[in-house]
Design a protein around this ligand. Sequence first.
Ligand code: BTN
Length: 260
Amino acid sequence: MLSKESLQSALVTSLFGKRLFFFESLDSTNTCARTLAEAGMDEGAVVVTEFQTSGRGRHGRTWTADAKENLLFSVLLRPPLPKTSAGFLTFFAAVSVARALEEVSGQPMECKWPNDLLLNGRKVCGILLENSFNQELVEYSVIGIGINVNQTAFPGQLAPYATSLALELSTSVDRVELFSKIMASMESAYREARDGNFQNLLSQWNARCKMFGRTVTVVQDNRRITGRAIGLNHDGGLLVETETGTIPVYAGDIALHQNG
Ligand code: BTN
């Protein structure tokens, strides 16, 4: 079981997680971190819970996770970045978490645009970035991270797409150690991200992305775009080469074609 004491005593960071808020149950760690941000909380604060009653995913979806088996947390940051660079924080988060997951599991992680991490082709981690802006600058960013750690069954429609570290490694994983490694990985990557220096992080993300060169269908609210994913745009969008030209995509779910 997690506790504030066990999580904090394992930290090797000087900023990330030093202010740690732990709850047995919470509506959503992102909601809580945003409330803290609005109240003036410093960056580096982290909200962790064992269970969410209203966990949120992208596109207003629900994020469900069994109690006491997973890692569910949100990190509050205040990078002095222009609004136009805020989207790159998603790559910072994905790479930071991927490095820690690889260290703990010994397995390579795959980055799926925009912010999923896959293990053996199935989703093991979801990231929800929520930004607040003050005119043209980032006021704060809340990075919500959900990692399937020791959960071994997923409900109906998720079952074919989701996995956990325990399922893939056939052994349970120490969540405190994993949390500590994620905090350390984020803290070291943040030195670059905070200054808007995303080149190195983007190349680490690209190196873990298997989508490029493959045929994809992007499913958005009111349209579907099918084409070849060819890389990232200068602003982090996914470039999809279609019959009518290359389109930068900024939202939607990506389905990879089997034989593309
Ligand atoms: C996604 O893949 O759609 C993103 C899922 C993000 C889930 C995490 S769990 C911790 C944090 N709190 C939330 O309500 N959501 C994020």
